[in-house]
Write a protein that binds this ligand. Structure first.
Ligand SMILES: Cc1cc2nc3c(=O)[nH]c(=O)nc-3n(C[C@H](O)[C@H](O)[C@H](O)COP(=O)(O)O)c2cc1C
Length: 220
């Protein structure tokens, strides 16, 4: 597929058919992420593939447990908000359970060029945090890898959806990963997950985009 056709075809797919994805195709998707660009070629990403119902259900349970922990505390002051949050989780986990494959992505901080020099020159904590976490190059790297994955999936005929709505259970998801795989590299935290599968035969709608003139400026 021509590159522009490919990026125009990609959309978030939230309903999938039952059929799974062969591991050779999952590997192609992961390989697309592997070759993504990253600041200082840091490759500060690690990917964990769940392609069994059992493991995807386990992930959903971890998210649901964390949601209940938060909702139970929230309920004391605001019952309505707690129930809304519970419902949000129920819908979200139902949607994840519907996916035959989920890839969990961990990332690591990346301190940008100039950080150590600014620190030595006496910059304040606020200035250093602004440099590291506003433009956040570490997360820009993750974004590049995720976009490579979703485009590779589209090219192979699969749908995908990039998701950060479970990030409140990030620590628990990392613990699950460690428990299941023995992963023990220091400094990695949960950044997002992506679901994959063959798109269901329903209409998949994407929201409208802003016009070019609303977001772009030629600086003359
Ligand atoms: C960083 C990121 C986080 C996202 N998180 C979620 C999410 O938690 N739940 C969800 O349903 N969609 C999520 N999406 C998908 C967006 O809603 C979607 O990309 C956007 O609405 C545009 O629609 P399209 O992807 O179909 O073009 C996320 C997308 C990105 C890039």
């Amino acid at each position: 597929m021509e590159y522009f056709d490919l990026i125009s075809k990609r959309q978030s797919i939230r309903k999938y058919k039952e059929e799974g994805i062969p591991r050779k195709d999952i590997e192609k998707i992961l390989d697309a992420a592997r070759i993504a660009p990253s600041g200082k070629n840091l490759q500060n990403w690690r990917f964990f593939v769940l392609d069994t119902k059992e493991n995807i259900n386990l992930l959903c349970q971890v998210i649901a447990d964390k949601n209940e922990e938060i909702s139970a505390k929230l309920e004391k002051d605001d019952e309505e908000a707690a129930n809304r949050f519970r419902k949000f989780c129920k819908n979200f986990t139902l949607f994840i359970k519907n996916a035959p494959v989920v890839i969990l992505t961990l990332g690591k901080d990346y301190l940008p060029s100039g950080y150590h020099e600014m620190k030595k020159s006496g910059a304040s904590e606020e200035e250093l945090n602004y440099l590291a976490y506003k433009p956040n190059p570490g997360m820009q790297n993750i974004g590049a890898a995720m976009e490579h994955m979703t485009l590779a999936a589209t090219d192979l005929g699969y749908g995908s959806c990039w998701l950060t709505s479970a990030n409140y259970a990030g620590e628990e998801i990392v613990n699950l990963i460690k428990e299941k795989t023995g992963f023990d590299e220091e400094g990695f935290f949960f950044t997002c997950l992506m679901s994959f599968g063959v798109p269901a035969d329903v209409e998949h709608k994407s929201p409208k985009r802003k016009e070019l003139e609303d977001i772009c400026y030629f600086v003359d």
